[in-house]
Design a binder for this molecule. Structure first.
Ligand code: NAG
Ligand code: CU
Length: 126
């Protein structure tokens, strides 16, 4: 019995001490039910969300209609589409937030970024 009590104490300490220290990675579905699409306010979507390193973004869209590029700040601002080889095109693209700071994503299909605002910027905390 003493042994069992000892185990319980150790387990309790383990749970109390370790659980708050390891926040679980979150998975965010970009645009929620609307998915990754044109004419959606991704700035509003990202507002009040607390992204952190290790979280993932899921881009859902009908394959072929859109794609996803992870870009730099100037490419985001001016909708400069990177080479096609850098595109994510599966229709269900799961991208990790790997570094603290800003992360930018755009659609590279036709004028979706420049004319239809299909672009997402997120603030990633360490
Ligand atoms: C940003 O990305 C664009 C598109 O790929 C590229 O042309 C440009 O050189 C990049 N700028 C920097 C500062 O890396
Ligand atoms: Cu698109």
């Amino acid at each position: 019995m003493a042994f069992f009590n000892h185990i319980m104490v150790v387990l309790t300490i383990f749970v109390v001490v370790l659980l708050p220290a390891t926040p679980t990675a979150m998975e965010y579905v970009v645009g929620d039910d609307s998915g990754w699409t044109i004419d959606y306010d991704y700035e509003a979507w990202a507002q009040n969300k607390h992204f952190k390193v290790g979280d993932t973004l899921v881009f859902n869209y009908p394959k072929g209609l859109h794609n996803v590029f992870r870009v730099n700040g100037s490419s985001f601002a001016d909708c400069i589409i990177p080479p096609p080889s850098q595109a994510y095109t599966s229709g269900h693209d799961v991208l990790s937030l790997v570094a603290p700071g800003k992360a930018w994503f755009i659609c590279g299909v036709e004028e979706h970024c420049s004319d239809f605002n299909q672009k997402l910027a997120v603030d990633v905390k360490a």
